[in-house]
Design a protein around this ligand. Structure first.
Ligand code: DX5
Ligand code: ZN
Length: 214
């Protein structure tokens, strides 16, 4: 299992320390949650803060944009040195164009679905993308309760990927912990995002280790 801890739950007063902890851990990527107060009812951090994060991070950056008009920021995400730029299906009128812009910038393209958005909207884009992120909470806040329906949705997405021969990875974000993660592994998830489960744990490295071994 790939593991991408969300820095949204890190101690923002000690970011260098928390990123160093992630560098030492067995996590695969670092998940950066960008919120604009418009697409979601919260604001997290923007590019100046992420540039500081990127200076310390030794793991590939997985940037989850919970913002309207994400296509405006392809250049900024690229400048961070990000591996993957993740945009919401619900925020992109011309999704195919945005995916092409991300690829042209030399990054991998991820598409995120809110809990009420069905997997079937991906039918005509699944062959062109590198990752699908299924939100297992309504985006905007860390520490929310996992929506159980996501397990079934993950199974359906796995089927779509198999049927179409797509190489897209399945990532799940929201309420991932020791109870919910095994269900997602069984349903075919490739990558788990975890915020509070990692950073609020007594031993974050042990938590990451548990998720990695699923
Ligand atoms: C929620 C964010 C998540 C969040 C997950 O809008 O996209 O990445 O940090 O936090 P937990 O793991 O605490 O649910
Ligand atoms: Zn996220």
């Amino acid at each position: 299992m790939l593991v991408s801890p969300s820095l949204l739950s890190a101690d923002f007063g000690n970011l260098e320390r928390d990123i160093a902890l992630m560098n030492r851990s067995s996590c695969d990527w670092l998940h950066l949650d960008v919120m604009d107060g418009v697409f979601v009812p919260n604001i997290s951090f923007g590019f100046p803060v992420m540039q500081a994060m990127a200076r310390h991070a030794q793991k590939p950056l997985d940037v989850h944009l919970m913002i309207v008009e994400p296509q405006k920021f392809v250049g900024e995400v690229k400048a961070l040195g990000a591996k993957l730029m993740n945009v919401h299906y619900e925020a992109c009128t011309h999704l195919h164009r945005v995916v092409s812009q991300i690829h042209d910038a030399g990054m991998e393209a991820g598409v995120t679905l809110n809990p009420a958005t069905p997997v079937s909207v991906l039918d005509d884009i699944i062959g062109d993308i590198d990752l699908v992120l299924l939100m297992s909470v309504n985006p905007g806040f860390g520490g929310q309760k996992f929506i159980p329906h996501t397990v079934e949705k993950c199974r359906r997405l796995r089927q779509l990927i198999q049927q179409t021969g797509s190489h897209a990875l399945i990532q799940i974000d929201g309420g991932v912990n020791r109870q919910t993660a095994p269900l997602l592994a069984e349903a075919g998830a490739d990558c788990l995002v975890a915020g509070s489960a990692v950073f609020k744990a007594a031993n974050p490295e042990e938590e990451i280790h548990f998720l990695k071994n699923l």
